[in-house]
Design a protein around this ligand. Structure first.
Ligand SMILES: Cc1ncc(COP(=O)(O)O)c(C=O)c1O
Length: 408
């Protein structure tokens, strides 16, 4: 694959932390902060549009990439750089780049690495906006996608052509929590000289490290669990320096879908508690899924932690735990699903997920509503489906809330 060399991401000076020696929970707290001469203990938010140079020659050297250093916050900022360095360390990757949203991370990846005539293989079992981007926008720029069955690597293999440059997968998927075998898809991609890109939004690096399983690039919607309290919108692409620092950084510099320093700071602090929070999210989700399967009005529960989930064995192999998100179907259709949602007292009706507050969503009429109806139904997003992104409240209160709503 031909990746155009652009200016490299400037690196802040090293402070002696060797990421390879430390557990991700320690990296989440200790990497990325390069203390200023003030000696601050907590990471500072550097809110400035541009940076000052000591001389015209220094400015020229930094602009040309001959000298490291910060230039302009559209593409270089110390707080954003701290977030990037920390996230890369936690994913076990060389580099990361922060973006304005998860969708802009996906767009940056596709537009910086693919050209007109190139081909993607992906599954429609993923977030509705990603399907829309690939299906409706990218063809206008000559980039086409073949849609395959998420969990069948042979189907992915059969869809590969001489033009295939990227396999894009979300695992577990939004909202049905289906899984793809990352190692098997990495083999398919690499045999075709293509890249495997994994959207790691539901698990985060705390539960799944796709690069260690063979993926080339990892996408994050930082909006979700990296923030963890539903405050900011942001995203990231993580991977090797030859892709991130060269091709994607060049795109970010020219096109500008940057992460703000304030948002980077919120995410940076969110990373410090990510491992801890994900454990509690998973404890709660496992308890709720086990309870939901026992309720007579619930016809189906989609959660990788249940041994009835078709890919439970893969989830045990590929993920540290089963994740905070699940969906379930109730007896009836849209009116019954909406009625149940409206009866909930604690859970918030909102499209976001990854919050300390449990959120409930009706994907068919919200997050996936812009997908064609036939596509929605084909991937299982039907009117009786409800998605829960389990938060950090006490599990007994959440179960009581569901029980009173289901019995109402
Ligand atoms: C799996 C997944 N990927 C990407 C995105 C897009 O992220 P953002 O909303 O930060 O653009 C979302 C948003 O819900 C998502 O669920």
């Amino acid at each position: 694959m031909d990746i155009t060399q652009e200016n490299a991401v400037p690196k802040a000076p090293e402070r002696g932390i060797t990421p390879t020696d430390l557990h991700p929970d320690t990296l989440a707290i200790r990497t990325g902060h390069h203390r200023t001469p003030f000696g601050e203990h907590s990471e500072p938010i550097v809110t400035t549009s541009s940076f000052v140079f000591g001389s015209a020659a220094e400015a020229a050297a930094k602009f040309s990439g001959e000298a490291d250093g910060f230039i302009y916050s559209r593409f270089t900022n110390p707080t954003v750089a701290a977030f990037q360095e920390r996230l890369a360390a936690m994913e076990g990757a060389e580099s990361a780049i922060g973006t304005a949203s998860g969708m802009s991370a996906i767009l940056a990846t596709v537009l910086s690495l693919l050209s007109s005539g190139d081909h993607i293989v992906a599954s429609k079992s993923m977030f509705g906006s990603t399907v829309n981007l690939f299906q409706k926008l990218l063809p206008r720029f000559g980039i086409t996608t073949t849609w395959v069955t998420l969990g069948d690597p042979d189907h992915w293999q059969a869809a590969v052509t001489s033009k295939t440059r990227m396999l894009f997968v979300e695992t577990p998927t939004n909202p049905l929590t289906e899984l793809a075998d990352i190692t098997a898809l990495a083999d398919v991609a690499h045999n075709a000289d293509a890249l495997l890109v994994v959207d790691n939004c539901f698990c985060t690096s705390a539960l799944q490290q796709p690069i260690k399983l063979g993926a080339d690039l990892v996408i994050h919607s930082a909006t979700k669990f990296l923030d963890g309290q539903g405050r900011c919108v942001g995203g990231a692409v993580v991977g090797p320096s030859r892709i991130i620092d060269d091709a994607i950084f060049g795109y970010m510099r020219s096109c500008g879908p940057s992460m703000s320093p304030f948002n980077a700071w919120v995410f940076l602090k969110g990373l410090e508690t990510l491992g801890l929070r994900m454990q509690r999210h998973c404890d709660n989700a496992e308890a709720i899924a086990a309870w939901l399967v026992t309720h007579p009005k619930v016809t189906r529960v989609h959660y990788p932690g249940l041994d009835t989930h078709p890919q439970h064995a893969l989830a045990c192999r590929q993920q540290a735990r089963f994740g905070p998100v699940m969906s379930f179907e109730i007896d009836g259709g849209q009116p019954e699903a909406w009625q149940l949602i409206d009866q909930l007292n604690i859970m918030s009706i909102t499209a976001n997920l990854g919050d300390a507050k449990t959120t409930v969503t009706h994907p068919y009429t919200t997050t996936h509503a812009r997908m064609d109806e036939a596509d929605r139904l084909a991937v299982g997003v039907n009117p009786s489906l409800i998605r829960l992104a389990i938060g950090l409240e006490h599990d007994a209160d959440l179960i009581n809330d569901l029980e009173q709503a289901l019995n109402a």
